[in-house]
Ligand binder design. Structure first.
Ligand SMILES: N[C@@H](CCC(=O)N[C@@H](CS)C(=O)NCC(=O)O)C(=O)O
Length: 215
């Protein structure tokens, strides 16, 4: 099998690409990047990704980093899946959400991820309440946008699941620990439950526990 995915499954950006590959039925070889051993900082890994971050894909020497780029690549391997439309305008209506995820959604969620998941996992100290308040303000703003879309249709870009859902929904893999402030976002809650009911979600979630307990 030539396609390899280097990832640390408990982390949402790694979960994203593993989930996308599992959902699309792409064959891949999983390579654990063990953050508890700083595997992302080794010279061999930095040759793959100079950012020293996971995830990374290597398809027979075609190396790609940035989780959203990887999800797009995986989608391109399964054009009939429908997760990425072929028409330019329809495609951009989906792709804009990947930019939005990187620019707005991920930074808001990352505050809760760091304070409530990463810190306890790696023993990095107490939760900083000022950071949680900053995260709450950011989440309120992006959550309002996402909830508004999800009130209009089942998935982010319409009635069918697309790469937008794979990208933005992946962070829900840590929702229980991160406790995102979603009490008022009923449509996000409904969508999250839909995503978590997918067999591909269950398969990917099962990859998290072994890496988490090793950390
Ligand atoms: N924008 C990047 C972010 C990648 C990233 O920040 N990965 C984190 C884990 S979620 C990482 O590798 N952290 C390890 C480190 O910084 O040492 C992506 O979406 O792939």
């Amino acid at each position: 099998m030539s396609l390899k995915i280097y990832a640390f499954p408990p982390s949402p950006r790694s979960f994203k690409v593993l989930w996308a590959a599992n959902h699309l039925g792409v064959d891949y070889e999983f390579r654990l990047v063990d953050f508890s051993k700083n595997a992302q900082k080794t010279p061999d890994f930095i040759k793959l990704n100079p950012n020293a971050k996971a995830p990374v894909l290597d398809d027979g020497g075609f190396v790609l980093w940035e989780s959203n780029a990887i999800v797009e690549y995986l989608a391109s391997l399964k054009p009939k899946s429908g997760v990425m439309p072929a028409d330019t305008k329809a495609q951009l209506a989906v792709r804009k959400w990947l930019f939005w995820e990187s620019a707005h959604w991920d930074p808001a969620c990352a505050i809760f991820a760091f304070e409530r998941v990463v810190k306890p996992l790696f023993g990095l100290g107490e939760t900083n309440q000022a950071e949680i308040e900053r995260g709450t303000q950011l989440f309120e703003r992006v959550g309002t946008v996402l909830d508004g879309e999800l009130q209009k249709h089942r998935y982010i870009a319409g009635e069918t699941l697309t790469v937008a859902d794979l990208s933005i929904g992946a962070v829900m893999c840590i929702a229980d620990q991160a406790r995102f402030p979603m009490e008022n976002f009923r449509a996000i809650q409904r969508w999250q439950a839909d995503l978590k009911a997918l067999p591909s979600w269950t398969k990917t979630a099962a990859m998290q526990a072994p890496a988490r307990s090793a950390a």
